[in-house]
Ligand binder design. Structure first.
Ligand SMILES: C[S@@+](CC[C@H](N)C(=O)[O-])C[C@H]1O[C@@H](n2cnc3c(N)ncnc32)[C@H](O)[C@@H]1O
Length: 209
């Protein structure tokens, strides 16, 4: 398969009504425990108007309800955004967006203080990572920051991500950092991350508009 839209749809479909969401509610320590590189860099975000890209069923948003101002949740799956609407029904200042898988529709230019994306972009096609970097640069206000959990897997170019450890798509921290620069985002931090059984599999990028 080479059509970017078909690849994007196939990746999205894998997460429809997945058992992942319930199970992942129990795997929060990687992201939110003291000593986690995610939490250390997350604390450098201004949460006054924050976007979570590929939010799933909202397990990360649930961690920041008391610290954040407006929270915008974006996901390609209608079912995930419906679940988030139900989960956060009592909270004011929530915005819910179903997107097309490579865009941030309805988010005004230079309007947001931060964007983050965890445990999702690692699976995306690099062509869609590039689109999201440009969209992120568009929606962040000057000085706004993005924290992106990305694939650092650089083997099997042109291959099928199911053949790769933990379904990581072809990526690479230096490559994504370069694309971020071309999108107008400077790198504040670029850290290689180990994943269980897969040293150096992932990367974490803190970017600034
Ligand atoms: C492994 S789940 C992670 C969900 C959430 N980030 C978490 O950590 O719980 C992957 C998520 O990416 C979403 N997704 C897949 N392809 C996408 C795309 N092209 N754009 C936006 N979201 C996408 C899925 O719907 C799903 O919510």
């Amino acid at each position: 398969m080479t059509d970017p839209a078909a690849l994007r749809r196939a990746i999205a479909a894998e997460w429809e009504e997945s058992p992942y969401y319930a199970a992942a509610e129990g795997w929060l320590d990687t992201f939110w425990s003291e000593g986690s590189p995610f939490l250390r860099l997350f604390r450098q975000l201004d949460l006054s108007r924050v976007v979570e890209l590929a939010c799933g069923r909202g397990r990360h948003a649930a961690q920041i309800l008391d610290q954040a101002g407006e929270i915008t949740l974006v996901d390609v799956l209608e079912s995930n955004i419906a679940a988030c609407r139900a989960r956060f029904a009592g909270r004011e200042r929530m915005v819910f967006i179903v997107n097309a898988g490579d865009d941030l529709p309805g988010i005004e230019d230079a309007s947001r203080s931060a964007l983050f994306c965890y445990d999702a972009m690692v699976h995306f096609e690099l062509t869609d990572v590039w689109s999201y970097l440009r969209e992120t640069a568009r929606i962040l206000r000057p000085g706004g920051r993005a924290l992106l959990h990305v694939s650092n897997f650089m083997e099997h170019p042109g291959g099928d991500h199911h053949d790769n450890p933990h379904w990581r798509n072809f990526g690479g921290l230096p490559v994504i950092r370069h694309l971020a620069a071309r999108a107008g985002l400077s790198t504040l931090a670029a850290e290689v991350l180990d994943w269980p059984g897969a040293p150096g599999l992932d990367g974490l990028l803190l970017l600034e508009r």
